[in-house]
Write a protein that binds this ligand. Structure first.
Ligand code: 5AD
Ligand code: SF4
Length: 452
């Protein structure tokens, strides 16, 4: 479905929009494409929700807390709409998809709702003659080739696949984003070349399971994820490649070797563990066990000894015993992650785990969470000390959040670095690291910089 051509004159804006984004990087990127599309239709970004003719939410439904956060914001949109009924309220993304037409029953002031693959339908809605409430929820392939309005001109996201064929018992994503569809590699490389020509030096490749990239492509265009990484590395001007997320069941040695061999590929792998107990992993339908996961980690450490490893962990999956939880702590201790996202299990409608008996009380889950976080932070802090005294390359993002007189950026290992220096956003600089916490590094700029 092509995006309608811009029909504003360029002099008179069509109106103003405001987008609030919840959830993962995939959603951040979808919002950038939403903004790019709206600007091509002649809309301008408003400073705040109250100034916008078009109020949009790009929602997440991964955990209950994400739903609740969004519903609180929606209350404000309701008030603004009652003050000015001409305003349009739109709800897109995974939450919208998970409740579909119920959106209009529960929130009658919503004008348009659309699933994550349906951003381009927003344009269709906005350019039709009568704006009666509409929902767009069918799955399609990649959601049109929309221009993205990037948050930072030197960083770009590239969606290499949509959807997910896994059936993890806790996860709502296969319902909200559909079956996996990989994008054609020629199209992807052309997109990355365009981004590089437009000033992007760091790309992040996005997919629910990047390691299964390409398996569904026709034979003549099929390449593996490792081959795709090689082709992205060869694009002139791309100094850094990141990707998220791999799956421990599918990550292969060729991808690990790519980390050792490709200069632009960052030494960081986010490898979701979920649980260190093989019994829980089986109940979660993760299709790997503790040993297989640890073997993958050993392979990473063998080929890329300094590689940063981060992970996701769920605490309190239905039936998790103290012994299962202890197995998770053991793996966390043994691997020594550079960082971890930790979540208390949240039952999601329509998932297998939502119907499982869950005898573990919430206070027990909270207490396990506290123990886990304490260990994650201790190990991450210990691991981070390896950078002290070293010079690391940082891509400068802007002023430090805590002290505007200093700068902030990211190292190739994906650590936030706060430092003294004079570099500009978008520049690569070498920073001498003088101290490290579990989440950030601190230091000062060396005088040499490099062009990617
Ligand atoms: N409850 C808690 N955490 C979840 N995640 C996914 N679904 C759930 C759920 N129902 C976590 C997983 C996943 C990350 C993106 O969110 O750890 O890797
Ligand atoms: Fe992203 Fe998953 Fe949340 Fe959807 S449900 S926005 S895919 S984190």
């Amino acid at each position: 479905m092509p995006v309608p051509a811009p029909y504003g004159t360029g002099l008179e804006p069509m109106g103003s929009y405001h987008v609030t984004t919840f959830g993962c990087q995939m959603n951040e990127h979808d919002s950038e494409r939403m903004k790019g599309m709206l600007e091509s239709l002649g809309y301008e970004e408003a400073a705040g929700r109250a100034d916008a003719d078009l109020i949009l939410f790009n929602t997440c439904s991964i955990r209950e807390s994400a739903d609740n956060r969004f519903i609180a914001h929606l209350g404000e949109a309701k008030r603004l709409k009652s003050e000015d009924p001409e305003r349009i309220v739109g709800v897109g993304g995974c939450w919208a998809q998970s409740v579909k037409d119920e959106v209009f029953e529960r929130f009658p002031f919503v004008d348009v709702a659309f699933g994550p693959g349906q951003i381009h339908r927003l344009a269709e809605f906005l350019t039709q003659d009568s704006l009666t409430a509409q929902g767009y929820f069918e799955f399609e392939d990649f959601s049109g080739h929309l221009p993205a309005k990037r948050e930072r001109e030197f960083q770009g996201w590239v969606q290499i696949s949509v959807g997910c064929n896994c059936r993890c018992a806790y996860c709502i994503v296969p319902q909200t984003r559909g079956r996996e569809v990989s994008r054609d590699p020629h199209e992807l490389i052309a997109e990355i070349e365009r981004l590089a020509a437009d000033g992007v030096t760091e790309v992040t490749l996005l997919g629910q399971n990047v390691n299964s990239y390409g398996r569904d492509l026709p034979k003549e265009s099929r390449i593996t994820f490792a081959e795709l990484l090689g082709q992205v590395d060869a694009v002139d001007g791309i100094g850094r490649i990141r990707y998220t997320s791999p799956h421990p069941k599918d990550i292969r040695e060729d991808v690990i070797l790519a980390h050792a061999e490709l200069p632009a590929l960052c030494p960081h792998i986010h490898l979701p563990l979920q649980s260190g107990s093989s019994r829980m992993l089986k109940a979660m339908r993760r299709t790997y066990n503790r040993q297989r996961y640890l073997d993958r980690v050993a392979q990473i450490r063998e080929h890329v000894p300094d590689c940063a490893l981060t992970t996701d962990i769920i605490v309190g999956f239905p039936g998790e015993t103290e012994e299962d939880f202890a197995a998770t702590l053991e793996v966390v201790d043994e691997v020594g992650y550079d960082g971890a996202f930790t979540f208390i299990f949240s039952p999601r409608r329509g998932t297998e785990a939502a119907t499982m008996a869950d005898p573990v009380s919430h206070p027990v889950k909270r207490e396990r969470m506290e123990r886990l976080v304490e260990l994650v932070q201790r190990r991450a802090k210990e691991r981070a000390q390896r950078f002290v005294g070293r010079s690391v390359e940082v891509l400068v993002e802007g002023p430090s959040r805590t002290d505007p007189a200093r700068l902030r950026g990211r190292s190739s290992h994906n650590k936030t670095v706060n430092f003294e220096g004079t570099a500009q956003p978008g520049e690569f600089v070498d920073v001498e690291i003088t101290s490290a916490t579990s989440t950030t590094l601190a230091g000062h700029e060396k005088l040499l910089s490099r062009v990617p």
